[in-house]
Structure formats: C-alpha cells, structure tokens
Design a protein around this ligand. Structure first.
Ligand SMILES: *[C@@H]1O[C@H](CO)[C@@H](O)[C@H](O)[C@H]1NC(C)=O
Ligand SMILES: *[C@@H]1O[C@H](CO)[C@@H](O)[C@H](O)[C@H]1NC(C)=O
Ligand SMILES: *[C@@H]1O[C@H](CO)[C@@H](O)[C@H](O)[C@H]1NC(C)=O
Ligand SMILES: *[C@@H]1O[C@H](CO)[C@@H](O)[C@H](O)[C@H]1NC(C)=O
Ligand SMILES: *[C@@H]1O[C@H](CO)[C@@H](O)[C@H](O)[C@H]1NC(C)=O
Ligand SMILES: *[C@@H]1O[C@H](CO)[C@@H](O)[C@H](O)[C@H]1NC(C)=O
Ligand SMILES: *[C@@H]1O[C@H](CO)[C@@H](O)[C@H](O)[C@H]1NC(C)=O
Ligand SMILES: *[C@@H]1O[C@H](CO)[C@@H](O)[C@H](O)[C@H]1NC(C)=O
Ligand SMILES: *[C@@H]1O[C@H](CO)[C@@H](O)[C@H](O)[C@H]1NC(C)=O
Ligand SMILES: *[C@@H]1O[C@H](CO)[C@@H](O)[C@H](O)[C@H]1NC(C)=O
Ligand SMILES: *[C@@H]1O[C@H](CO)[C@@H](O)[C@H](O)[C@H]1NC(C)=O
Ligand SMILES: *[C@@H]1O[C@H](CO)[C@@H](O)[C@H](O)[C@H]1NC(C)=O
Ligand SMILES: [Cu+2]
Length: 587
C-alpha cells in the first residue's frame, strides 16, 4: 500500500510539482498573477499557483502531514491561505486569517503551513486576506478516509465546484461597496456563474455506475441551487461530516458549504443530461437584464450526442440541511455553560458607508494578531479586553459547552462560518420569526446535524452549540465576502491558557511578520508593558451623530450627486467626522 502510494506520488510529481515522502505531502507554491477567461466573456487577471489556474484540487489522506511553502509572488498584494473546515488541533497558527492567527504574507515572503489531517471529507483552501479569494485563490480539497462509511457503495469520486464570478477585481469592488456612495450597502452583483471554474462543463459518465459527487461553493457571495435533470442526489456528507443517506432532487449551497452526493447513472446511454447551478437572486438588490445567473454543465453519456438545454423551473425546493443526521451518532451536547447572543445588523457609520455588526461592533483588525496577544500576555490572556474592543472577543473556558444564538436583524440571508470546529445545529427559524425565543422549550434533535457553515434566514434566528475542546483563536463570521470585509466577524478566544501550553509559533512566522512590519507581542495595540492600556488600538469608524439615519445619508448622497457633483464628493470624503449641519434627517 505504501509502495503504491509512493509510486502514485512520483507520477504526480511529474505533473503537479509536489513531493510525497511517506505521509508528508509538500507543496511549493508560488502565488502569482496569471490570466483566465472562465465565463468566455472577459479575459482578466486571476491569482494562480505556479502559473496554473484553475488551482489544483488537493487529494490528501487522513493522517497525512501537509507542508505548504507559500511564496507570495503577487508583487502588489499580501496574501494568506485558510484551510476551510480544519480543526487544526494544536496548530491554531496554521489556520490562516491574518491579524487573527498570523501576519499578512507580504510580497516576497514565504510562509510555511505545517499541520496534520485529523478529519476527512470535502474541504477547500482559499486566501483569507481582505476580500481576495474571489480573484482566483480558492479551490476544493478532499481528504480520503480509509474508514469511509460509504466505501464500496460508489465506483468513483468526482469533485465539482460552483461559484459566482466577477469581471472586476475585489480591491476595487470592496472600495466601492464600503463607501459613502453606497450607503444602503448594496452588494456588487456577479457577472456570471461558474461550474468547476468554467461554463458548459462536461462530465463524461459510465452507464450504471454510482459516483460520489463532491460539490463545494467556492464563490464570493451568491448561494446556488444545484440539480441534475433525471437523476436523484443522495446526500451522504455535509461540510466534512458523513450523514445518513438523504435523497433529494436539489440542494442549496451557500458560499463555503459542501455536500457529497451519491448519483447513480442510468443504463441507457442515448441521452445526455443538464446539471444546473442557479444563483439565488434573493441576494441581489437588482438583477441586471443581461445577467445569466444560471450555469449549465452536462452528464455526458454519449459524447457525440446532443447537449440539451435545461428545463425552466418555476420554484426551487432544495433539501433542508437541518434534517440531516451524522452517521457518527454524536448526541446533542447537554447543558450549555455559556450562551452567547449575537444580534446581527447592518447600518451606517459616521463616514456614511454601510457596515455590518454583531452587537453593535464592526470587526476591526488589530496591530497584533490576536493569537500572538494570547501567547505574550500570561495570565491576562483570560481577559477579553486585551484583544481590543473591535475584535469582539469572547473568552471560552476549556471544554465548556457553548451556545451561540444568532439573531439576524437584516432582511438578507447570511451563511455563518466558525473556524476550528463544526457545530451542532439545534434550531433554525423560518423567515421573519425575529429574535430567538429562549423560553420556548422546543425539543432539539437528539443527534443534531453538524457543519461549519450555516445560513440564517431573513430576519430569523438560529441556535448552534459546540464544545470548547480545541484551544485556539477562532473567527466566527459571515462567509459573504463583502460582509466579512464590512466587519461581520467576531472572535472566540478558546482556552487561552491551554493555547499558551500547546501552540508554538515557528520562527518562519515571526520572519513573515517582520517583513510585513506587524507587531507580534502585547495587547491589541502592541502595548507589552501595561496590557490593559489599549491606547492606539485599531477601532472602527465612529458612529453617525445621534439622529442621523441611512435615509438621511441616501438623500444627501443623491442631492450631492445631483447638485454638487465632484466638488461635494471631495468635500464629503475630506470631512470625517461629518459635521452635524451637513446631513438632513429625512425621517
Ligand atoms: C514565482 O513566479 C514568478 C512568475 O513566474 C517568477 O518570476 C518568480 O521567480 C517565481 N518565484 C519563486 C520564488 O519561485
Ligand atoms: C496587482 O497586479 C495585477 C496584475 O498586474 C493587477 O491586475 C491588479 O489589479 C493589481 N492589484 C492592485 C491592488 O493594484
Ligand atoms: C512541521 O512540524 C513538525 C511538528 O512540529 C516539525 O517536527 C517539523 O520540523 C515541521 N516541518 C517544517 C518543514 O516546518
Ligand atoms: C483521491 O485519491 C484516492 C486515492 O488515495 C482515489 O481513490 C480517489 O479517486 C482520488 N480522488 C480524486 C477526485 O481524484
Ligand atoms: C474540476 O476542475 C478541477 C481543476 O481543474 C479538476 O482537477 C477536476 O478534475 C474537475 N472535475 C471533474 C469532475 O472533472
Ligand atoms: C428519485 O426519487 C424518487 C422519490 O424517491 C423516485 O420516485 C424516483 O423514481 C427516483 N428517480 C430516479 C431517477 O431514481
Ligand atoms: C441498470 O442495470 C442493472 C443491471 O441490469 C440494474 O441492476 C439496475 O437497476 C439498472 N439501473 C437503472 C437505473 O435502471
Ligand atoms: C435560470 O433558471 C431558472 C430555473 O430553471 C429559471 O427560472 C430562470 O428563468 C433562469 N434564468 C435565466 C436568466 O436563464
Ligand atoms: C439583542 O436584542 C434583543 C432585542 O432587542 C435584546 O433584548 C438583547 O439584549 C440583545 N442582545 C445583545 C447581546 O445585545
Ligand atoms: C491599524 O491602524 C493603523 C493606523 O493606526 C494602520 O496603519 C494599520 O494598517 C491598522 N492595522 C490593521 C490590521 O488594519
Ligand atoms: C416565547 O415562547 C413562550 C413559550 O412558548 C411563549 O409563551 C411566549 O409568548 C414566546 N414569546 C414571544 C415573544 O414570542
Ligand atoms: C416555539 O414553539 C413553536 C410551537 O411549539 C415551534 O413551532 C417553534 O419552532 C418554537 N421556536 C423555537 C425558537 O424553539
Ligand atoms: Cu452576510
């Protein structure tokens, strides 16, 4: 077996430039700009690895050690790699988010990720540097499980990604999104949808075979409905958790969600079948008339046959992920030790731009990565104050059972992702239920579905539960790229004293910080003497003066555009904080 693996590895070396020694997989990645035209409408710069885009799908095995030497060859942007869904037990510093567990990898630096794989299933890797991954730095990753409960029930596994696609690059889109000229926070609408980073994707299939089709939404913003005409999908895995089989015709994947489904082929090879991804247009404030929000691929039984266009559906009826049940039978954790209520909203701050909030705090990155503050603060590490007001940090004690109640006060759908864990999902309200009612003693599922990214419905709520058994600094955030950058994130500082005992930062990571000019010790503000003196911590923009509203800002912006044009815009950008007499309150 080991011999076979080695042989496969050296073959792979020939094609992909990676080296395998026993169970250590080494990647030498040069992250650089290249170009691509995945929707056939525009050739644009994209971020590739070793000159390649789409990026390589990684196929690893449970227990492997991964060493990824990531060289930033972009020249003009910082970068980082997040391994989405990994627990990183004991290696919190390998999780990826800059300012949280590492420094930005600035151009010319090499950062080494080094961790072992304790999980299995479908994951993905992507940049966690400000808004960057939709410019190309994202791809699926699978971890083969020798104990896979569905082993023998399928003939082959196939990985297919779904995503939205933008013709403009993220730095510009984000600048326009978080801006006084977009006071309502309307998100940029994608230009197209992709299936496996292309359109009209073809999947040659063999009659009678059963495939394990592994689907991941690696997009920036849009969720997608997915179905295959004439074929049922049997869900067997959700975000790395094997589930009891659940048969459906359609699934719904928010950004970052994964499903593996068994699909059995027909015996008849005379017809080909469309596979469709359809972006959820509920997320778009306006649908441009020339937007094709669908992407079609084909199950190809007959390569010379016709590729039929999909039938038009009037309604979407996807499987409700809440009903899935893990095969491992892990029961509902009992008696939460701590209940954290997060009221999520979107609103304007004093610069007139729209931001996102948990309990009125918009996440703001600090001068010292939060993990480095943990490691350099001794017993003060248990006090959330030292991590800075706007990291919105909650300290969890080792092995506590934690409830997170999410109240979505916004009319949009938001998929929330927790790093370092998957969580049990106890309750999700329908649309418009409002705040979670904790006195309503509903019985929760005995074996709740677990995943790492879960969607809250419009002005609804959910309740999730996890065990704080993985010491580390873990972000909890909306996975919609624009919302994360508008501050929709908070921090769990889980068992900080245990982090100090288990996590050792390698010299290479400090070297990367030195190159990017970031601090590596002290509280959020870099104060190593008085940990409770946060002078100089990074804070969000100040709130609007009392009495001013979004409507007021909209009115002002439109009157500015109409009446003053460029001059008013210059004055506006220059005026922070805004003087009270400038803004009419139209409410
Ligand atoms: C990375 O790739 C760029 C572009 O091909 C090349 O100029 C550079 O030398 C490479 N750097 C490393 C460290 O491989
Ligand atoms: C960095 O360079 C690439 C390639 O030339 C370009 O497309 C991209 O817009 C630049 N990024 C920034 C932030 O200027
Ligand atoms: C990876 O981590 C292991 C365990 O800490 C260590 O022994 C090894 O030297 C590291 N390898 C590299 C290349 O950093
Ligand atoms: C991944 O590798 C395993 C062998 O370790 C193989 O059985 C499987 O088909 C591969 N998956 C893909 C998608 O290439
Ligand atoms: C999807 O694209 C990736 C990257 O190009 C490729 O490795 C993979 O084989 C494709 N999937 C299928 C089912 O062809
Ligand atoms: C799909 O599932 C439905 C309901 O279980 C069943 O009636 C139908 O025959 C199945 N279709 C195929 C193609 O297997
Ligand atoms: C295909 O043929 C096999 C063998 O005759 C049979 O067991 C199977 O049920 C058939 N599959 C379908 C989808 O009709
Ligand atoms: C996309 O597909 C859906 C579902 O079939 C259909 O209702 C809609 O009209 C399609 N939209 C476009 C622009 O083709
Ligand atoms: C969330 O909002 C509700 C309703 O306004 C309020 O009762 C509760 O105290 C808020 N929770 C927090 C943590 O702010
Ligand atoms: C923190 O604020 C300083 C300015 O005071 C800024 O230069 C730095 O980029 C900010 N750090 C982060 C991580 O945003
Ligand atoms: C909360 O649930 C309790 C018990 O079902 C019910 O009596 C109460 O009216 C509910 N409160 C709200 C605000 O819906
Ligand atoms: C509250 O109770 C009703 C009726 O029993 C139930 O339908 C609903 O799901 C419950 N809500 C919560 C938050 O448990
Ligand atoms: Cu969101």
């Amino acid at each position: 077996m080991a011999f076979f693996k080695l042989a496969v590895a050296s073959l792979a070396l020939f094609f992909h430039g990676f080296v395998v020694n026993a169970d250590t997989v080494i990647y030498d990645w040069n992250i650089t700009w290249t170009t691509a035209n995945p929707d056939g409408m525009l050739e644009r710069p994209v971020i590739g690895i070793n000159g390649q885009w789409p990026l390589p799908v990684l196929n690893l095995t449970k227990g492997d050690r991964v060493i990824a030497n990531v060289y930033n060859g972009l020249g003009n942007e910082s970068t980082s790699i997040h391994w989405h869904g990994f627990f990183h037990r004991g290696t919190n510093d390998m999780d990826g988010p800059p300012h949280v567990v590492q420094c930005e990898i600035s151009p010319g630096s090499t950062f080494t990720y080094n961790f072992t794989l304790e999980q299995s299933g479908l994951y993905w890797y992507h940049s966690h540097s400000r808004g960057q991954y939709p410019d190309g730095l994202r791809q699926a990753l699978i971890i083969t499980d020798p104990e896979n409960p569905y082993r023998g029930q399928y003939d082959e596994e196939l990985v297919v990604t779904l995503s939205d696609w933008y013709h403009d690059q993220m730095p510009g889109l984000l600048k326009d999104f978080i801006s006084v000229s977009n006071p309502t926070g309307a998100e940029p609408v994608p230009n197209s949808a992709l299936m496996n980073e292309t359109q009209n994707f073809e999947l040659p299939v063999q009659p009678g075979k059963t495939y394990l089709l592994r689907l991941v939404n690696i997009g920036a913003f849009a969720s997608q409905y997915f179905w295959i005409e004439g074929h049922n999908l049997t869900i067997v895995e959700v975000d790395g958790v094997w589930t009891k089989p659940a048969e459906t015709k359609m699934i719904y994947l928010t950004s970052a969600q994964r499903y593996s489904v068994l699909v059995t082929m027909k015996n008849d090879t005379t017809k080909n079948y469309p596979m469709v991804g359809s972006m959820d247009t509920d997320l778009f404030d306006a649908i441009p008339s020339d937007l094709n929000y669908n992407v079609t691929g084909f199950l190809v039984y007959d390569k010379n046959g016709h590729r039929p266009q999909p039938y038009v559906l009037d309604t979407f009826d996807p499987y409700d992920d809440f009903d899935l049940e893990p095969t491992d039978g892990i029961a509902l954790y009992e008696n939460p030790d701590q209940v954290i209520v997060l009221n999520m909203s979107m609103n304007n701050l004093g610069d007139g731009a729209n931001y996102a909030f948990f309990n009125d705090i918009t996440y703001t990155a600090q001068k010292v990565p939060t993990l480095y503050s943990v490691l350099s603060s001794g017993s003060a590490a248990t006090n959330p104050v030292i991590y800075g007001r706007d990291t919105n940090s909650y300290v969890l004690l080792k092995d506590q059972v934690i409830d997170v109640v999410l109240n979505n006060m916004d009319t949009g759908k938001h998929p929330f992702h927790l790093h370092g864990h998957n969580f049990q999902v106890l309750y999700r309200s329908p649309d418009d239920e409002g705040f979670f009612n904790s006195t309503n003693t509903t019985s929760f599922p005995a074996v709740p579905m677990r995943r790492d990214t879960f969607m809250a419905r419009p002005t609804g709520n959910f309740l999730i539960r996890f065990k704080a058994d993985n010491p580390g600094v873990w972000l909890f955030h909306c996975h919609l790229n624009f919302h994360l950058d508008a501050g929709l994130a908070m921090t769990f500082v889980e068992a900080p004293l245990a982090i100090q005992e288990t996590v050792k930062i390698p010299q290479n990571h400090y070297d990367v910080c030195k190159a990017s000019g970031e601090l590596t010790a002290g509280n959020a503000a870099g104060n190593t003497v008085d940990l409770f003196d946060l002078t100089g911590e990074n804070r969000s923009v100040d709130p609007l003066p009392a009495g001013f509203t979004t409507k007021g800002i909209v009115a002002l912006v439109f009157s500015c555009i109409a009446a003053f044009l460029g001059m008013a815009a210059v004055a506006w950008y220059g005026a922070a904080p805004i003087g009270a007499p400038m803004i009419p309150n139209t409410q």
